[in-house]
Design a protein around this ligand. Structure first.
Ligand SMILES: CC(C)(COP(=O)(O)OP(=O)(O)OC[C@H]1O[C@@H](n2cnc3c(N)ncnc32)[C@H](O)[C@@H]1OP(=O)(O)O)[C@@H](O)C(=O)NCCC(=O)NCCS
Length: 225
């Protein structure tokens, strides 16, 4: 079953914990994953079924959601959206371009990331700021997920080909006490350009969800100071 949620600011989220829920498929989509392993077929088609439900909720008709040459999904001209999938979660977020310039959504298992990956994800500055205790728990996963959501949102704005250390994540104080709370907010800054995006995170069952929305009004191009 797909759940629809209106998240404010015109954003609609559609998600399911079903591995395979494809009431609604397009031949062009099926063709793209015909030779893929079953798990990839299931996530690719199910998340698009979610996306169509979300698009319907903001007034758009049925359509195939095909990947562009950069793999990013192609949305109707006046819509921004983002897709994500992991074990136990397939989710799509969409918003009319009147309400946002871009969105990015990511889902990850609610569990620590392996220690050897942590150095790739978190820069020395982030490790100093957030501390080993925080990063060795789900906190490290939160930093990874916030960067994935920010990457997707920034890609729509034209910032491409990013390495994780090019992004700096800052969290609100409650989020840093991640073992004590289950939602919060974050800011991700692209270190070279100063582009800054804001997001929220939430625990849903065994899944960590992060979501970035870039408002329709212009962004500051560089952080003061
Ligand atoms: C593209 C990327 C963000 C996908 O993230 P992921 O955690 O592997 O997978 P998710 O399930 O969350 O998202 C996959 C969906 O992202 C979307 N996607 C792929 N490339 C994208 C892009 N360039 N921009 C926006 N969305 C994109 C697709 O819809 C894809 O689903 P689909 O293949 O079924 O259509 C990731 O693989 C990547 O390349 N990241 C860039 C590296 C980086 O800087 N990461 C920072 C964190 S350390």
């Amino acid at each position: 079953m797909i759940t629809l949620q209106r998240c404010g600011n015109g954003v609609v989220l559609a998600f399911t914990d079903a591995e395979w829920d494809v009431g609604d498929v397009f031949e062009e989509e099926v063709a793209l994953v015909r030779d893929a392993v079953p798990s990839r077929r299931a996530e690719f088609l199910t998340v698009r079924h979610c996306a169509r439900q979300a698009l319907h909720a903001i007034g758009h008709g049925r359509r195939a959601i095909l990947p562009g040459s950069d793999r990013a999904p192609m949305w109707p001209d006046d819509v921004h959206g983002s897709l994500t999938h992991c074990h136990g979660m397939r989710a799509a977020a969409v918003v009319s371009a009147d309400h946002a310039r871009s969105v990015g959504l990511d889902a990850e298992p609610w569990e620590p990331i392996p220690g050897d990956i942590l150095d790739l994800v978190a820069s020395p500055e982030e490790q100093d700021r957030l501390g080993a205790r925080f990063l060795s728990g789900v906190g490290g996963r939160l930093i990874f997920s916030a960067k994935e959501a920010a990457f997707k949102a920034m890609h729509t704005l034209g910032t491409t080909a990013m390495e994780p250390h090019e992004l700096f994540v800052d969290l609100d104080a409650a989020s840093i006490a991640v073992d004590l709370s289950s939602n919060g907010s974050f800011v991700v800054t692209h270190v070279d350009t100063g582009l800054r995006v804001c997001g929220v995170w939430d625990q849903r069952s065994d899944t960590l969800m992060t979501f970035v929305r870039v408002p329709a009004e212009p962004l500051p191009s560089r952080i003061a100071g």
